[in-house]
Design a binder for this molecule. Sequence first.
Ligand code: ZN
Ligand code: FE
Length: 243
Amino acid sequence: MPSSLEIVRIPALSDNYIWLVHDPASDETMVVDPSVADPVLAEAKARGWRISQIWNTHWHPDHTGGNAAIKAATGCTVTGPAAEAARIPTLDRLVAEGDVVKLGAIEATVMEVPAHTAGHIAYYLPSEEIVFVGDTLFAMGCGRLFEGEAAQMHANLQRLARLPEEAKVYCAHEYTLANGRFALTVEPDNEALRQRMAGVEAMRAAGEATVPTTIALERATNPFMRAESAEMLAEWRRAKDNF
Ligand code: ZN
Ligand code: FE
């Protein structure tokens, strides 16, 4: 069933996407990973939406920098990873693997996906077939391994790959073009990848966003999700870091 949520993409900083999520049934509005506050508050105001929650995936300032100002302006509740509570002083609710977070009557399950940061989490909304993945999974790429190992990232991506194929993946950055260029060096003969890149190049040339993506698309074209072993992922991640 298609999601009834209204999800607005707010570009911020150089390549961040902040997701403003409105549930018409409950009239609740939530923000995922606000790097900044002003454009989020402006967008919500323009739509007549009252922000009641922030959900953070990890502590990096380009995901939490807007927390304090949005909280001050709206009185919203901030939810984020318990394991990173010391680094996100604005948190009200600390969550971990298996916890359920609600937007109105819609439930999200917290998945711990450590590697980019040690406490990184994702929010999966089974009834909507939507997952907010922060900096763990990107279109044709994955997050850098700042606080974890390739084996953890490999396990995370294999776990995400088992979500429904139709599930929409909301990443926190527009990295698709650079990721795709690297992916082609790893899998130059992957026809699905070549086709996708042709589309992505046209979209970026036209100034369009390439996110959200889907689990099916990533399974077909994302080398990090397709890596058969943690060793393979590690090698490709190192190569991408220097690409
Ligand atoms: Zn990050
Ligand atoms: Fe980030």
